[in-house]
Write a protein that binds this ligand. Structure first.
Ligand code: GTP
Length: 202
């Protein structure tokens, strides 16, 4: 096992309300809050993980999906090792917007080689019975977009949440992105900034 954890910056993008904050909360704290409020700007949380006998520190950035917060989130895309494009399976529009989210990320993160950048696609809220996006549709989109790995998750009941983050690490590794020297100290610690009352970092 490696002695020092490998640091990776992971960013979640997707429409407002698809469950990005909830997925992160489930992954980091194993909790689910049904009254989660919209994120303003960005925030991040760290989580240590072991995959294939290597230790990692994931710095997971939660971004505000609502359009009005675009200028607050885009400065934080740079330096990302992986982007988790997230939609909700009961919200067709959020699935259709994946192409927009991918473009936004590639542009503002200033990715030089888009075809080999590690993306993962997450279809969240799979616990909801009334789904609007089929797994086949999602798989097709992923296939057409450099064969991005695809996970259907539920932050509510924990389905596939850990697996999706593990897949992110494996995707980074398989696309050869682990060779970049990693620093643990460059990110600014931002306070929670939910509309529910936390400080705002915008
Ligand atoms: N049924 C169900 N509800 C979920 C799930 N994940 C999130 N939710 C609910 O969906 C709503 C929005 O969740 P958030 O995590 O705030 O969504 P977000 O993508 O972070 O939204 P923004 O901060 O606006 O970008 C909340 O009421 C959550 O409780 C899930 O897996 N299943």
């Amino acid at each position: 096992m490696s002695s020092k954890p490998i640091f990776l910056k992971v960013v979640l993008l997707g429409d407002g309300g698809v469950g990005k904050s909830s997925l992160i909360q489930r992954f980091v704290s194993n909790k689910f809050d049904p009254s989660m409020f919209h994120t303003i700007g960005v925030e991040f949380l760290n989580k240590d993980m072991e995959v294939d006998s290597n230790r990692y520190t994931l710095q997971i950035w939660d971004t505000a999906g609502q359009e009005r917060f675009k200028s607050l989130r885009t400065p934080f895309y740079r330096g990302s090792d992986c982007c988790l494009l997230t939609y909700a399976v009961d919200d067709s529009q959020s699935f259709q917007n994946l192409t927009m989210w991918k473009k936004e990320f590639l542009y503002y993160a200033d990715v030089k080689e888009p075809d080999s950048f590690p993306f993962i696609v997450i279809g969240n809220k799979v616990d909801v019975p009334d789904r609007k996006v089929t797994p086949e549709e999602a798989a097709r989109w992923c296939e057409e977009n450099n064969k991005m790995p695809y996970y259907e998750t539920s932050a509510k009941d924990s389905t596939n949440v850990e697996q999706a983050f593990e897949a992110a690490i494996k995707r980074i590794s398989s696309l050869g992105h682990l060779s970049v020297s990693k620093k643990t100290d460059y990110a600014v610690d931002l306070n929670k900034k939910k509309q529910s009352g936390g400080g705002c970092c915008a």
